[in-house]
Ligand binder design. Structure first.
Ligand code: KG4
Ligand code: ZN
Length: 349
């Protein structure tokens, strides 16, 4: 079953070909970072126009690298949400048109589920059965979730952020420190050699939060990152940056606060649930401090940890094609969405 996957939910234009859920024949990504850098964040209008410009050549490159033609493709898979509406539309309409033109079915893929399924990519192949029941920390630029995965297709959200996502907190913090965009890698670089204990930034709400929290969420497993950003803002107002060392210490303290807040909630979930393994996926999963904190946790609690291979942490189309293949191989019917859904949530099937 050969699937052509397409991803354009934010600022990466990506296409990939998978031969099976764990076998990626090609994965091509064009990052728009340089276009958005001058604005300190993603500008939707620029993003969608750039997707229109780049997607045809990225698809062509993915097919060429996989040494196949359109006639060798059995199905198409595309991200239909969540994401920026104008960006999603480019990939979605392209995939719809291709599906009609080459007379192959179209499989709509939830971007959040695809981040979870990125765990099954890479050289070190693991089967879902080896990992589940699995606790997933999903940390990206727009989302922060703790999810229980019973098996692929069965997801239960245990905790989520009340406000900013972890990646967003790093992006905003980097902005305040004039480190540029994207903020995650910029803070990670700037923090190198800095003192993570220089300032104790807040780690979240300590179990508080909105009064009307949905019943399926556990307060202790929810996140809040707006405080850490505001705290840095007020600190900088009183204490403008003085030196490279000052910057290093602030970046290290800020990174420490975000990663500690994430690791603490993961620990809470692991100690109160019966998980076989745990995992971390999404762009922020690239962060070395977070990876090492989770490694330490794994050793301390004796629960196995699976980390998404670095190259599949940030947005890519390999995880889109792979998720579609996994669904096909589970014997589930194709899902051909009628439209994009920019606010799509984590859904079971
Ligand atoms: O998953 P992703 O590519 O896009 C979304 O679905 O949002 O994640 C992007 C996020 C950005 O906020 C970026 O700053 C963060 O991932 N990120 C990192 C690192 N690399 C990317 N955060 C921390 N450390 C990194 N090395
Ligand atoms: Zn993503």
């Amino acid at each position: 079953m050969r699937i052509l996957g397409i991803e354009t939910s934010c600022d990466e234009t990506a296409a990939a070909v998978s031969n099976a859920w764990h076998e990626i024949a090609s994965s091509e990504i064009y990052s728009q970072v340089e276009q958005h850098k001058p604005y300190g964040g993603v500008v939707p209008e620029i993003a969608s126009r750039d997707h229109v410009r780049k997607l045809p050549s990225i698809i062509k490159r993915a097919l060429t690298k996989a040494e196949c033609a359109y006639s060798d493709i059995d199905a198409l898979a595309v991200t239909y949400g969540p994401g920026l509406a104008s960006s999603l539309l480019v990939g979605f309409t392209t995939a719809k048109a291709l599906s009609l033109r080459i007379e192959r079915p179209l499989i709509g893929v939830n971007h959040l589920e695809a981040h979870i399924c990125s765990l099954f990519l890479g050289e070190d192949v693991v089967t879902p059965a080896e990992l589940c029941p699995l606790l997933v920390l999903l940390v990206s630029g727009g989302h922060t979730f703790l999810i229980r995965v019973e098996h692929p297709g069965h997801y239960q959200v245990l905790g989520k952020t009340y406000d900013d996502a972890a990646g967003e907190a790093l992006d905003k913090g980097a902005n305040l420190l004039n480190l540029g965009y994207p903020g995650g890698p910029a803070i990670e670089n700037a923090a190198s050699g800095g003192d993570p204990k220089f300032i104790h930034f807040p780690r979240g709400l300590g179990g508080k939060g909105p009064a009307n929290l949905p019943a399926h969420l556990d307060r202790k497993l929810c996140f809040s990152f707006s405080g850490v950003k505001t705290s840095l803002l007020y600190y900088l107002k009183k204490n403008p940056l003085q030196s490279d060392e000052h910057l290093r210490n602030l970046a290290a303290s800020y990174q420490e606060a975000v990663c500690d807040a994430l690791a603490k909630r993961v620990e809470g979930a692991l100690t109160s649930g019966d998980f076989k393994t745990f995992a971390c996926v999404g762009g922020v999963a690239k962060n070395k401090l977070l990876r090492s904190k989770l490694d330490t946790l794994s050793a301390r609690l004796g629960v196995g940890l699976k980390l998404t291979p670095m190259k599949f942490c940030t947005d890519n189309a390999a995880m889109i094609a792979s998720t579609a293949a996994l669904r096909h191989e589970s014997g589930k019917a194709y899902f051909d969405p009628l439209d994009i859904d920019p606010n799509l949530r984590v859904l079971s099937w």
